[in-house]
Design a protein around this ligand. Structure first.
Ligand code: M6R
Length: 609
């Protein structure tokens, strides 16, 4: 899972490639590299371990002047994150960058090693390199070589190639991993997504599965998997409209937490007719809510917790049973799905490999496919029957924050629409709920005002080795989300339980060293959660209660650190309560000096299984 770019330019292209790669670092940052051509047509390359800034420093010290380049930012799959394993991989004839996995690389590698070819890396990519190199030795024709090699590759990949002696030729290929072509003025580009190409162009063509493309300054020729020349539409990506900077914030994550009132408001405005005070979906749904008997929701990580919250909403508001599963399980468990059912896929990136595979499974089972995605041009969006976009804007921090609250917002609107259509929600009740939903951005602004206090609580919490999160109802998936957030950016071990499950095992963990974060708005389940909290207090646990004034007051515990949020309709509390949950994790990680935006071992978009 990596980011790739290719540029045929009229200026030094390696520096431009680094500019593009900055926008792809969300896909991985274990190492990076660029390859360009020297004035006499030789392949020159620079590679560096670690973050892109290390490569940029190398390029500063040893500039590459060629007007063609490919570049790569890596999330290690095959082989450690060393310079030897960094892309581009190159022979004297060809250099390649690769995103994805070549599944048959062992067999290909064995074939070359039998012939005495030495590999210089542990990567699967190098097998592709030698295949192309061997084909080039035979024909000397890059286009022919690629056409010959692609059918031999199994797996999901996007590839970019440059060839020595060809400063006006770039070849790209896509199978199972996204690849976009960017059209400039006498310049052409390749990129894992349109955002990478935004500094240069917003006119893009998205390649389809099995496509491969030959680029020159004069234009592109796209071939499908049968090598037939095909036309693919040019579109405006709109990616250039988004500024990708931290503003006045220290980290992207801080900025993204802070901008939630705005982006949640924007998402609400998209799905709510403010004059009528009612939900108005700006799309025609290809199914009838009344004919559905079940919804299947599939997603990964934080997006799956949004799905868990939505399960409560669909079941309570629209009386529709919902099954939620993580995509990595759903895709392989051969779930029988009822004819013409609705399958919902939730994804910030729209490129998560497991979620996409789950979507394809559900499609093959005759389901209507609805996706809730933040990137409307993504693979998941493009393969869906209907797309419900979240309008969070680009999310750069690896830890998902604003995308999560926008997913919740869009799903809440969808549940209300389902309730109205199924007659389980009256018009008056819809209007009341819509008015509570519309109040959410202002409540988030209030929640953000507690940041200084939350930071203080987080500093104390950061001393712990383990943290436990508890919640009931929709606060339970939010507890799961809180534990995930803390783990991924602070590396503190955290677990979350449904509060009622505490006595079935995890209560054994409670001692005076364990902070227990209890998420409990003053809702109909509050009393039950407080009983569980008493059980923790009785055993010396250090409780941090996130609730409203009434909830904090009624808890009546002395040992308590409280985080107070405004009073609200508890139905939509998970959207607002996300704010302190995110801030706790953020400030704990900052206190520990961790790399908040790019935590170790992770990548923003997981395009491998
Ligand atoms: O792009 P997606 O929403 O499909 O990504 C799903 C997960 O990989 C993602 O939510 C991950 O868990 C985040 N790092 C959580 O903060």
């Amino acid at each position: 899972m990596c980011g790739i770019v290719g540029i045929i330019s009229n200026e030094p292209a390696a520096a431009q490639a680094i500019e593009a790669l900055k926008r792809l670092e969300y896909r991985g940052y274990d190492s990076s590299g660029v390859a360009s051509l020297s004035s006499d047509g030789r392949i020159e390359r620079l590679r560096a371990e670690g973050k892109l800034k290390n490569l940029a420093a190398k390029l500063n010290a040893n500039p590459l002047f060629g007007h063609i380049a490919i570049g790569h930012t890596r999330w290690a799959t095959h082989g450690r994150p060393t310079e030897d394993n960094a892309h581009p991989h190159a022979t004297e004839r060809v250099a390649v960058v690769h995103n994805g996995i070549i599944e048959n690389f062992r067999e290909l590698r064995a074939e070359f090693e039998k012939d005495g070819v030495k590999f210089s890396s542990e990567t699967d990519t190098e097998a592709v390199l030698h295949l192309v190199d061997r084909a080039l030795q035979k024909s000397g024709d890059p286009t022919k070589a690629i056409a010959e090699v692609l059918p031999r590759l199994k797996g999901a990949f996007a590839l970019g190639f440059v060839f020595s002696g060809h400063d006006n030729l770039l070849i790209g290929a896509r199978q199972g991993a996204p690849l976009a072509v960017g059209h400039g003025e006498g310049e052409m580009y390749l990129g894992s997504d349109a955002l990478a190409l935004a500094p240069f162009t917003d006119t893009v063509t998205y390649l389809e599965e099995g496509d491969w493309v030959v680029l020159s300054r004069e234009g592109v020729t796209i071939h499908d998997r049968t090598n037939t020349i095909v036309k693919r539409a040019k579109q405006k990506s709109g990616a250039g409209a988004f500024l990708v900077d931290k503003g006045n914030h220290r980290h992207f994550m801080a900025k993204e937490i802070a901008e939630q009132p705005e982006v949640v408001g924007r998402t609400l405005a998209h799905y709510i007719d403010m004059n009528a005070g009612r939900v108005h979906l700006p799309v025609t749904l290809p199914f009838d809510w009344n004919k559905l008997t079940r919804i299947t929701i599939t997603a990964c990580g934080t997006a799956s917790y949004a799905g868990h919250v939505a399960k409560y909403w669909f079941e309570q508001i629209a009386r529709l049973p919902v099954e939620v599963d993580v995509a990595s399980e759903f895709r392989y468990r051969e779930a029988p799905l009822l004819d013409s059912g609705l399958a919902i896929f939730i994804s910030q990136s729209g490129e998560t490999a497991d979620t996409l595979a789950g979507l394809r499974y559900a499609k093959a089972q005759g389901q209507f496919i609805l996706s809730v995605v933040n990137v409307p041009t993504s693979s998941i969006a493009r393969e869906s029957d209907v797309v419900i976009p979240t309008l969070a804007g680009p999310e750069i921090g690896v830890a998902s924050t604003k995308a999560f609250t926008c997913q919740l917002t869009a799903l809440a609107c969808l549940a209300l629409a389902a309730g109205r259509a199924r007659g389980t929600l009256s018009e008056a009740d819809e209007q009341a709920l819509v008015s509570d939903l519309v109040a959410v951005p202002a409540l988030m602004v209030e929640a953000l005002k507690s940041e200084a206090h939350i930071e203080h609580v987080a500093h104390d919490m950061a001393k712990a080795k383990d943290v436990l999160y508890l919640g009931r109802g929709t606060s339970y998936p939010l507890a799961l989300e809180g534990a995930l957030k803390l783990k991924e950016i602070s590396y503190i071990h955290a677990e979350a339980y449904a509060a009622g499950e505490l006595k079935h095992g995890p209560i054994a963990l409670i001692d005076e060293d364990l902070p227990v974060i209890v998420i409990a708005p003053h809702d109909p389940l509050y009393e039950k959660t407080v009983s569980n909290m008493q059980e923790v207090a009785a055993r010396g646990g250090r409780i941090i209660l996130i609730s409203d004034r009434e909830g904090l007051h009624e808890a009546g515990l002395k040992t308590l650190a409280g985080i107070e949020l405004p009073k609200m309709n508890p139905r939509f509390a998970p959207i607002v309560y996300s704010v302190p949950v995110q801030l706790l994790a953020y400030h704990a990680a900052v206190a520990l000096g961790k790399d908040v935006d790019q935590p170790r071992n992770l990548a923003k978009s997981v395009t491998v299984e």
